[in-house]
Each structure stands twice: as structure tokens, then as C-alpha cells.
Design a protein around this ligand. Structure first.
Ligand code: RAM
Length: 514
């Protein structure tokens, strides 16, 4: 290994230099005002003029619809009707990404994530006219207003509502997908909107929750960005942030907080830290930016070496315990086989990085690791009798294991296609619940030439969210259980979630090969 690739050297140079570089790449956000396009009073749709003429008194409520999903800052202009206002008006506002949220009551919230994520505020308004400028940024399509109280002496008029929308996506139209299929076109539009609304100071995972940058989500956002908005500076900024905020043990963190200052979270997910490798490689392929590639390659390579520390004597990555990994939110999923697949896939990307930089010796070393890891997968994880890859002592058969073994190239071509077909037909196997794992499923189909099936699955899964009224795609979608949540309550689910925006990438890939 050349001196400049050693971990100590990387660590010494990186921290400040990389974070400084990331700071210079902070995006200037694009602002555009958005206004309500529809209104309803007490559940009944009314013309917008009727809404602005309506005097709100105790118990009156209304819903404003901005017509689509946006991220931004709300300003509400209020005035008094009748009066004088001899008491404060007491107003509750609630911001909703998805129509189902309008019916939910936060008093019933029993989830284990902080309730503070729920987008609602209460205001006492002492003087009129008043301008409420909400300091928090919200993700919404709908705004619900509930006048908790005024006094018998006065009512409140809502004179204007404006949303100052923000995004780091460039102000340009993305070339629409070249397809005659209306559903695919719609899926593409919704994917692009999802990405747009997650592009803020960094690539956020969800603008409602949790507004951080996660490597697993970022890798997919960067893929979609490369074929749509092409804001490569934002990708570069995030790569430098992950590399600059590297943990003491040399692992790239799984997620970073952008505000109030850049810090790395203490959650460590082995699969996410490895995804630094393909993300850097994809960035290089998309931009040809040698300088960044060279500077960050040692950080990527370090992840491959660190992951090796978790190999068991049989050559398989050990099960979760000393480390955690993500893979999918599916309850009860045994992740060892899938994690092994992520490691193998990352090794393949690592080999390409080393070759591109003329580090032939290292490339050969990782090629050998890959070959050993692949053999071990066939020996330990492949179950000849069942004709599936299995994970754990109970020999669990899951979608995740089959998908990642295909992406890793343990089975390829026809063999992989047949494995995925058997998985579709199998009963009682451990299923998948996130668009994140569905993305990898579709990618696996594409890798083994199953383009038609890939299209069908995109239509079925992402089309299902469209049928359910999605303006942006969701963090979690289980067609069998629309209320499913990994957090003990679907109220905190995010309905505009980075990892679900990949159809725009997948579809362009599939259509370019047709
Ligand atoms: C949640 C978010 C995020 C994901 C992590 C693992 O907090 O949904 O997007 O990457 O989990």
C-alpha cells in the first residue's frame, strides 16, 4: 500500500481539509413562492375567495391544499373581523405531506421517536393585523388551520398564505422520460419531485423526518441526481463531509447532522459505511473529477479493510452483534447473508477504484478477497436442497439475501434470474418493506437482463403508492399493511423519502437498454 493510502495519513490530512472543502460547496438554495390552490371549510370544498372571506371563530377549521408537495417556510397574514379583539386568538396549524395525516391526532401518538417531529404549532395572536412567520422549515402539501378560540367579540380573517419553497435542485426542467406509458411518466415525475424536496443543504433523507444525511440514502440520491438535476457539487460536498467527519476508528459514519454544525452521528451501520465505496466510484464515473476521486479513494478503501475485521473463520461476514447493519426495515430479517452481499459488491467497486488509480497491487488483493468471499457464500450460504441462499441458524430465506447475492454477482445471468423468479413464487419467505430494498430488487433484475420484469415491478410497487395518492414517494410502503411503521406509529413516517426516488434512475437505465 502506498504511504499516502495509509489510514493514519488519511485521518491526519482529512478532518479539517475535507470539512473545509465541503463548507465551500454549501449550496445556494433556490426559492420560489407557492400558494394554496384549493380550500375546504369544515370538510367541504369552497372557492378560495370564500375561504379568504371567512371569519374564523371558536372551533372553525379549514384545510388549504398547495396542489403538490413542497418544502419551505410558511407566512400567514391574519386580520380581524368585527372586534376589537378583546382576547388573543388561539390558532393551531398542522402541516401534512400526505392526506391521511390530516385525520391523525398527535394526542394519540405512542411511537418511540420524538413527538417533536410531528409538524404542528399553536399560536396566541394578541394584535391584528398579524403576520405569522413560522421559523421552522416544513414539508407539506396540506395546511390545516384550527381556530381553537377567539372571543364572541371578533373573528379572524386569513388574508394570505404563502410558502417560500426551497431546494438545492437547480431551477431547470429535467428532460422527461422518453416513454408513451402514462404511469411510468407519473412515477418519474413523482420520483424527481421526491429528490428535489430532499435536496437541501445536503442530500437529506426526508425533509419532514429526520432531515439528516444517511449514506445509504445519499448513494441512491446521487445516482438519480446524475441523470436528472446533475448538481454534482452537492454530491461532492456530501462525499467530503462523510470523509472529513470520519470516526476515530476510520469508519465512515452512517449519518451526519448538518445543523447547527456538522457532526457525525454515533450510529454505525456496516453496510452504510461500505456504501462510501460505490458512491465515490459512481461520482467519478459521472463527472470524471480526478482530484476528488484521488483525494477520497483512500477513505473508500479503508472501509473495505475495516469490514474484513468482521469476517468469520468460514469466510462469511459475522452476524450482527459487534456491528449493526440496515438492509431493510423488515421485522425479523436475518441480515448476515445480505450483509455479506453488500461487502462483496463493495469489493468489486473497490477493485475498479484501485484500477482507475493505477493501484494494481491493491486491485489484485481485493479481487482475491472477492473470489474467496464468493466461494464462501456458495459453500456456507447456498442451500442446495432449498435452492436459495439462507441466513442464520434457522436458515431463514429472505428476499434481502437473494437480492444481495445477485447484486454481489454470486449468481449472475440466467442463474440469478431464475433465483429471483423462484423467490417470487416461494411462499412464506421473509418479505421486504422499504422502497430501499425494492430498489435493490429492481437493480438485481436489471443486472440479470430481466428488463421487462423490472418495469413491471416498478409499476406495481411505486405505482401502488401513486394509486394511494402519493405526490412524493415514501419511506416505507407495504402494500399488505398501509399503516406499517418501523417506529411504533405511522404518524412519524416520512412521505417524501430520499431512498424511494430511484425509479427515475432505474427507468432511464432500463429504457436506454431497450
Ligand atoms: C431512518 C431513515 C433513513 C435510513 C435509516 C437507516 O432513520 O429512514 O433514511 O437510512 O433509518
Amino acid at each position: 500500500m502506498s504511504a499516502s493510502w495509509s489510514h493514519a495519513d488519511v485521518k491526519k490530512k482529512s478532518v479539517k481539509l475535507f470539512v473545509d472543502k465541503a463548507s465551500t460547496l454549501r449550496p445556494v438554495l433556490n426559492h420560489k413562492p407557492a400558494y394554496p390552490v384549493k380550500a375546504s371549510l369544515a370538510g367541504k370544498e369552497v372557492p378560495l375567495e370564500a375561504f379568504y372571506d371567512f371569519g374564523f371563530g371558536r372551533g372553525d377549521d379549514a384545510v388549504l391544499d398547495f396542489g403538490s408537495h413542497y418544502v419551505g417556510y410558511l407566512t400567514i397574514h391574519l386580520d380581524v373581523q368585527g372586534g376589537p379583539a378583546d382576547a388573543p386568538a388561539f390558532l393551531k396549524v398542522k402541516m401534512c405531506e400526505y392526506h391521511r395525516e390530516l385525520e391523525e391526532d398527535s394526542a394519540d401518538y405512542k411511537g418511540w421517536l420524538g413527538k417533536g417531529w410531528l409538524q404542528e404549532e399553536w399560536f396566541h395572536i394578541d394584535e391584528f393585523p398579524a403576520i405569522l412567520q413560522l421559523p421552522r422549515r416544513y414539508a407539506l402539501r396540506y395546511l390545516k388551520l384550527e381556530m381553537l378560540d377567539t372571543s364572541p367579540n371578533f373573528r379572524v380573517l386569513v388574508k394570505q398564505v404563502m410558502l417560500d419553497t426551497v431546494t438545492a435542485a437547480p431551477n431547470k426542467e429535467v428532460r422527461p422520460l422518453d416513454t408513451g406509458d402514462a404511469l411510468l411518466k407519473k412515477i418519474d415525475e413523482v420520483s424527481i419531485r421526491t429528490l428535489r424536496d430532499c435536496m437541501q443543504d445536503v442530500f437529506e433523507d426526508g425533509p419532514k423526518r429526520d432531515r439528516r444525511i444517511w449514506l445509504g440514502d445519499f448513494r441512491l440520491q446521487a445516482m438519480v441526481n446524475a441523470v436528472t438535476f446533475q448538481n454534482f457539487d452537492l454530491v461532492k460536498r456530501c462525499l467530503y463531509l462523510f470523509a472529513g467527519l470520519i470516526r476515530e476508528d476510520g469508519a465512515v459514519g452512517s449519518c451526519l447532522y448538518a445543523e447547527p454544525r456538522m457532526i457525525v452521528d454515533n450510529i454505525f451501520l456496516l453496510d452504510y459505511s461500505l456504501f462510501f465505496v460505490p458512491t465515490l466510484l459512481d461520482y467519478y464515473h459521472a463527472t470524471g473529477d480526478q482530484e476528488t476521486f484521488k483525494e477520497l479513494a483512500p477513505t473508500a478503501i479503508r472501509q473495505l479493510d475495516a469490514a474484513k475485521e468482521y469476517l468469520q473463520s468460514d469466510g462469511i461476514v459475522e452476524p450482527e452483534g459487534r456491528y449493526s447493519c440496515f438492509i431493510d426495515w423488515k421485522d425479523g430479517l436475518h441480515k448476515q447473508a445480505a450483509m455479506h452481499g453488500v461487502w462483496l459488491y463493495s469489493l468489486r467497486c473497490g477493485v475498479q477504484i484501485c484500477r482507475a488509480l493505477g493501484e494494481e497491487h491493491l486491485a489484485e488483493q481485493y479481487e482475491a478477497d472477492y473470489a474467496q468471499g464468493k466461494n464462501a457464500a456458495m459453500k456456507v450460504l447456498w442451500n442446495e436442497e432449498k435452492q436459495f441462499f439462507v441466513s442464520g441458524e434457522d436458515c431463514q430465506i429472505s428476499w434481502a439475501s437473494q437480492i444481495w447475492m445477485c447484486i454481489a454477482g454470486v449468481l449472475e445471468g440466467q442463474q440469478a434470474a431464475k433465483l429471483l423468479q423462484r423467490t417470487r413464487l416461494a411462499e412464506g419467505i421473509c418479505s421486504m418493506v422499504t422502497p430501499y430494498l425494492y430498489h435493490h430488487y429492481v437493480q438485481a433484475l436489471m443486472n440479470c437482463g430481466e428488463q421487462e420484469k423490472a418495469l413491471q415491478e416498478i409499476k406495481r410497487y411505486w405505482g401502488g403508492m401513486i394509486d394511494a395518492g402519493a405526490d412524493t414517494f415514501w419511506e416505507l410502503y407495504n402494500p399488505e399493511d398501509p399503516l406499517e411503521s418501523p417506529y411504533g406509529s405511522n404518524m412519524v413516517n416520512s412521505y417524501c423519502h430520499a431512498w424511494s426516488c430511484t425509479p427515475s434512475y432505474l427507468l432511464r437505465e432500463i429504457l436506454s437498454k431497450k
